[in-house]
Design a protein around this ligand. Structure first.
Ligand SMILES: O=C(CO)[C@H](O)[C@H](O)COP(=O)(O)O
Ligand SMILES: [Fe+2]
Length: 218
């Protein structure tokens, strides 16, 4: 099933609850929550307290993208703050298998993210353990960047790898997804679509409805 995961990184933090409510009411089922530590990526964003607050007013699937070094340290805290899916970067994990097991033990679904230049071979011995793979389609750290074209072939190759193994793992794409490249990433095999600046700029309800129309017709 195709899902839209609006990224609150692009929301108005002075009216965060209201922005989330609009996205939820217009049909978005996932909420993408970008956590940045100023080490793994250059920027800082927010952490557990913000998540705990918004969890009280939303039943969306909380899809937490940890762009942080040493994510093991925070997995339990994010699960307790209301994460449904926890994504860690392969590039940030020394013992990826152990980290994925810790996510599941904490009661969340496990996802591994790969930066645009990280090869799919990183997933060779872990794919069967994952609920989702996140392919970064920009270099992580900032919203509003341009989609990196070489990622289309990477999505296709990952979908083939998943299908060849008889799996049905979700593929999430994150970065630079707009209405004008949405169909391309869906055709390549992605089914969970993160969109930040394309959703939270201008008319949020209309933006979500426009995305949902393509996602449900695909
Ligand atoms: O993980 C991220 C950045 O590291 C964000 O989820 C991503 O950039 C979404 O923003 P946009 O749709 O504006 O590109
Ligand atoms: Fe993200």
């Amino acid at each position: 099933m195709n899902k839209l995961a609006p990224s609150i990184l692009a929301a108005n933090f002075a009216a965060l609850g209201e922005d989330i409510r609009k996205a939820e009411e217009a049909g978005a089922e996932y909420l993408h929550i970008d956590v940045m530590d100023g080490h793994f990526v250059p920027s800082l964003s927010f952490g557990m307290p913000i998540m705990e607050s918004i969890r009280k007013n939303s039943v969306m699937v909380f899809d937490v993208h940890l762009m942080i070094d040493n994510p093991d340290q925070y997995i339990k805290a994010f699960a307790e703050a209301g994460a449904d899916i926890i994504t860690v970067h392969a590039e940030a994990c020394t013992h990826l298998n152990r980290t994925v097991a810790a996510i599941k033990e904490a009661g969340a679904k496990a996802c591994v993210a790969l930066n645009p230049a990280t090869p799919l071979t990183e997933l060779e011995y872990i794919l069967e353990d994952l609920d989702m793979v996140l392919l970064m389609t920009v270099n992580p750290g900032f919203g509003g960047q341009k989609y990196i074209e070489s990622c289309t072939r990477k999505i296709q190759e990952l979908r083939k790898m998943i299908t060849d193994r008889g799996l049905e793992t979700d593929i999430e794409v994150d970065g630079g997804i707009k209405l004008n490249n949405l169909q391309k990433v869906l055709d390549a095999g992605a089914n969970i679509i993160v969109a930040g600046s394309a959703v939270f700029a201008g008319d949020i309800s209309k933006n979500v409805r426009d995305f949902m129309k393509v996602l449900t017709e695909a």
